[in-house]
Design a protein around this ligand. Structure first.
Ligand code: NAD
Length: 260
């Protein structure tokens, strides 16, 4: 379906981004991986996807907290592949604390990586996508782009902002062959959430397994985690012809969290 398309997935050395990269590669999309980690492990991921799906995969370690590095990631991809079809703005970090104790440096880091990186990426990618008359921009927001929780001031602000950005870009690109949508996952069991499970286990003096259950019980009516593969499937759907007229939306994949 997406043969010969080229996709950048930011933050794809782990968790949801890695799941999305796998699902797009399955559809024969060439992939630009991005994110931090051990160089040997990243190379194993890169060559593994390339071998398994017979697509071209390159790694670019651009730091998403730096706007000029994000813009260079887009430019380098276009230079390398001659095109850019799909941009998945996925890289993200989390930090939790009450607002009056929230360290300003953490606030800035979360806003830079979870929101401003998407702005820089979109700004650099849209002209190329418009020229091609086809493009898909998918911003991985969160249920926290739609509703709030305590102790997540920066994250909730960034994710709500990301959905706002999605709507503006959806309008500005409407009718050009380019769409821009947000995906809003509920709990997904990745390293980002594992830390929150660990914190809860310590705080409540319960096992990791009970903490994971408690986390789900608090918010996610299905009582099941969303998987990175399911989110990869959602991204693939948004890249399919069935989604040609879907733009500027925020699609919840959250086991019923935001239906409450
Ligand atoms: P993760 O920690 O498993 O992966 C984060 C990825 O981002 C990693 O590849 C990491 O190296 C990369 N990254 C972090 N800082 C970076 C930087 N400055 N430059 C480049 N790459 C950087 O987390 P995840 O759970 O897979 O989260 C991915 C996205 O999904 C995030 O935007 C997160 O907010 C969102 N999300 C996660 C959940 C969840 O329950 N896990 C729910 C909703 C939304």
């Amino acid at each position: 379906m997406l043969k010969s398309r080229v996709a950048i997935v930011t933050g794809s050395t782990s968790g949801i981004g890695l799941g999305i990269a796998h699902e797009l590669a399955k559809l024969r999309t060439d992939i630009v991986l991005n994110g931090f980690g051990d160089p040997g492990e990243i190379e194993a991921i890169r060559s593994g996807i390339e071998r398994e799906h017979d697509v071209r995969v390159v790694y670019n370690g651009a730091d998403m907290s730096k706007g000029d590095a994000v813009r260079r990631l887009i430019a380098t991809t276009v230079e390398t592949f001659g095109r850019l079809d799909i941009l998945v703005n996925n890289a993200g970090i989390q930090f939790t604390a009450p607002v009056d104790e929230f360290p300003p440096a953490k606030w800035h880091a979360i806003l830079d990586i979870n929101l401003s990186a998407a702005f820089h990426g979109v700004a650099a990618a849209v002209p190329q996508m418009k020229k091609q008359r086809w493009g898909r921009i998918i911003n991985i927001a969160s249920t926290h782009g739609l509703v709030a929780s305590t102790h997540k001031a920066a994250y909730v602000a960034a994710k709500h902002g990301l959905i706002g950005l999605t709507k503006v870009v959806g309008l500005e690109t409407a009718g050009s062959g380019v769409t821009c949508n947000a995906v809003c996952p509920g709990w997904v069991r990745t390293p980002l959430v594992e830390k929150q499970i660990g914190d809860m286990a310590t705080q409540k003096k319960i096992s990791h397994q009970d903490a994971a259950k408690a986390l789900l019980g608090e918010k996610q009516p299905s009582s099941e985690f969303v998987s990175p593969e399911q989110l990869g499937g959602t991204v693939a759907f948004l890249c399919s012809p069935a989604a040609d007229q879907i733009t500027g939306t925020a699609l919840a994949v959250d086991g019923g969290w935001t239906a409450q």
